[in-house]
Design a protein around this ligand. Structure first.
Ligand code: ATP
Length: 319
C-alpha cells in the first residue's frame, strides 16, 4: 500500500512497576519503547499499513533495541540515523491513580535532538503519501531545521501533511514558546489532531466546544480532530462537523491511545483521501480509530497494546 512516513522522536519510557506512586516512591521501573511518532508508525504497521519512521537514535543498546522493535513490527527503518555521541532519549513516566501521566525527561541533548537536515533520507520522505509529525522535534536545533526540511520535501512531493502537536510542556523553555512554535507550522497541515487539553492550551479557552475548535481552523486544513478520551472524538471539515462516541472500556493505561487513534485514521486516509469529504464514511473511520484508541487503554504500555485489524473488528463486534 501507499507509504505513511512518521517523523520525530523515539525514546524509552521508564514506567513504575506499580501505579499511583511518585517517581521517588517507585520500587522499580519497566522499560517501554515510546515516542508518539514511532508509536504512530507501529500503529499503522500493526493494522497492515505501510509505514516508515524517520528520526535519530543513540548508537547505544537502547537505540538499536528501538530500531529493532520498529523492524520487528514491519516499520521501515531506512530513515533512521544513529548519533555516535549522544544517547537515546529517556523519559521517566509516573502513572497517577487517575491514569494521567507526568514525565521527567533525560535529553541533554539526546540523539533525536541532533538530527540534521543533511542527514535526512529525502528519497524515503518524498515517497510518502502521508507525512506525519509532532512538535517535540521543533524544540531545538538542528532537529527543528530537519523537521522543517522534511515537511517541505514531503509537501513538494505531494504528500498529505498530518500534525499531532503532542504537547509536552516540560520540554519547552516556556508555555508561551510552546504555543508559538506549535502554531508556527499550524497552517501547513491538512490533517490535525489535538487532545482536549491541547485545545484548551492552544486557544487559551477553558471551554472545549465548537467555537474553540473552529478558532483553530485554517484554509489549508481538511480535517481537524479533537480527541476527548472516554468521550470519543469530535471532527471538523470544511462542510460538516460532529462527534463520534468512544467505546466503553475499563482503561488501565491510556498511554498511546492518541497515537493508536492517529495511526488508525491515517491508515484509512492513505488508501482513500475522499473519506474526509464523506461524513458517513468518515464517521466509520473515526469509529474504527476510537476502537483502536480504546483497545490501547485496556493493556499496559503503548506499543504492546496496539491492535491488529482483526483485533479491532472482533472488539467492535463485541462492543
Ligand atoms: P495520549 O494519552 O496518547 O496523549 P490523547 O490525549 O491524544 O492520547 P485521548 O483522547 O486520550 O488522546 O485518546 C484518543 C482516543 O482513544 C479517544 O478519542 C478515544 O476514542 C480513545 N480513548 C482514550 N481513552 C479512552 C477511554 N478511557 N475509554 C474509551 N476510549 C478511550
Amino acid at each position: 500500500g501507499p507509504l505513511i512516513v512518521s517523523f520525530g522522536e523515539m525514546l524509552i519510557d521508564f514506567v513504575p512497576t506499580v501505579s499511583g506512586v511518585s517517581l521517588a516512591e517507585a520500587p522499580g521501573f519497566l522499560k517501554a519503547p515510546g515516542g508518539a511518532p514511532a508509536n504512530v508508525a507501529i500503529a499503522v504497521a500493526r493494522l497492515g499499513g505501510h509505514a516508515a519512521f524517520v528520526g535519530k537514535l543513540g548508537d547505544d543498546e537502547f537505540g538499536h533495541m528501538l530500531a529493532g522493535i520498529l523492524g520487528e513490527n514491519g516499520v521501515s527503518t531506512k530513515g533512521i540515523n544513529f548519533d555516535l555521541g549522544a544517547r537515546t532519549a529517556l523519559a521517566f513516566v509516573t502513572l497517577r491513580a487517575d491514569g494521567e501521566r507526568e514525565f521527567m525527561f533525560y535529553r541533554n541533548p539526546s540523539a533525536d535532538m541532533l538530527l540534521t537536515p543533511e542527514e535526512l533520507n529525502l528519497e524515503l520522505i518524498r515517497s510518502a503519501k502521508v507525512f506525519h509529525y509532532g512538535s517535540i522535534s521543533l524544540i531545538v536545533e538542528p532537529c527543528r531545521s530537519a523537521h522543517l526540511k522534511a515537511m517541505e520535501a514531503a509537501k513538494e512531493a505531494g504528500a498529505l501533511l498530518s500534525y499531532d502537536p503532542n504537547l509536552r510542556l516540560p520540554l519547552w523553555p516556556s508555555p508561551a514558546e510552546a504555543r508559538e512554535q506549535i502554531m508556527s507550522i499550524w497552517d501547513k497541515a491538512e490533517v490535525i489532531k489535538v487532545s482536549d487539553n491541547e485545545l484548551e492550551f492552544l486557544t487559551g479557552s477553558d471551554k472545549i466546544d465548537d467555537a474553540a475548535a473552529l478558532s483553530l481552523w485554517h484554509p489549508n486544513l481538511k480535517l481537524l480532530l479533537v480527541t476527548l478520551g472516554e468521550k470519543g472524538c469530535r471532527y471538523y471539515t470544511k462542510n460538516f462537523h460532529g462527534q463520534v462516541d468512544a467505546f466503553n472500556v475499563k482503561a488501565v493505561d491510556t498511554t498511546g491511545a492518541g497515537d493508536a487513534f492517529v495511526g488508525a485514521l491515517l491508515s484509512k486516509i492513505v488508501d482513500d483521501q475522499s473519506v474526509i469529504e464523506d461524513e458517513p464514511r468518515l464517521r466509520e473511520v473515526l469509529k474504527f480509530s476510537n476502537a483502536c484508541g480504546a483497545i490501547t487503554t485496556i493493556k499496559k504500555g503503548a506499543i504492546p497494546a496496539l491492535p491488529t485489524t482483526s483485533e479491532v473488528l472482533t472488539f467492535v463486534k463485541g462492543a
